[in-house]
Design a protein around this ligand. Structure first.
Ligand code: IMP
Ligand code: MG
Length: 183
């Protein structure tokens, strides 16, 4: 499985340090709330907050996603809202990947209506070639070609989120789960 790694653990670690430094610089003295988009961003957010050397608060939203395949339905629905009141606060929305942009467009519009002091986006991965609607990604980990990828939080049919690296989904990855120890 390691043969088709798109982004290695070491690449991720190095890039997260840079993103953490940029966020630390940009948000110094500001009331920062980092909002992870579940489930995909849970690994990225967990590692990223530890690279930010500032007081901050963490919250989550969950939205409906692709279901069990690799093609978007284009329908976005919120299934878990924020606990925190974000009005007047500096919000950084943390996503695993921006593909068509539909999920982010929906979330940005939803959160902006609550009048945060600022609202920016940080995404681990960006597939600009797949974009259908415009969204601004201020902090981007890596640009990748329009491949379906898994690992480091990203899933296919809820599998492979636990991989410590990002790899392209291959035919063999769609086989049923067995107990022979394959990830
Ligand atoms: P968008 O709305 O098309 O931009 O897609 C956003 C969501 O689709 C992401 O938060 C992911 O959950 C999922 N997604 C898009 N591309 C991939 C991929 O290559 N692998 C796994 N999930 C993906
Ligand atoms: Mg997702």
């Amino acid at each position: 499985m390691e043969g088709h790694i798109v982004i290695s653990e070491e690449d991720i670690r190095r890039r997260l340090k840079e993103l953490g430094e940029a966020i630390t610089r940009d948000y110094r003295g500001k009331d920062l709330v980092m909002v992870g988009v579940l489930k995909g961003a849970f690994v990225f957010l967990a590692d990223l907050v530890r690279e930010v050397d500032l007081p901050l608060e963490v919250d989550f939203v969950a939205v409906s996603s692709y279901g069990h395949d690799t093609v978007t339905s284009g329908v976005v629905r919120i299934i878990r809202d924020l606990d925190l009141d974000i009005s007047g606060r500096h919000v950084l929305l943390v996503e695993d990947i921006v593909d068509t942009g539909l999920t982010l467009r929906y979330l940005v519009d939803l959160l902006r209506a609550r009048e945060p002091a600022s609202l920016e986006v940080c995404a681990l991965l960006n597939k600009p070639a797949a974009r259908k609607v415009e969204v601004e990604v201020k902090y981007c980990g890596f640009e990748i070609p329009p491949l379906f990828v898994v690992g480091y939080g990203l899933d296919w049919a809820e599998r492979y989120r636990h991989l410590p690296y990002v790899k392209a989904l291959e035919e063999g990855d769609r086989k049923p789960i067995n107990n022979e120890g394959n990830r």
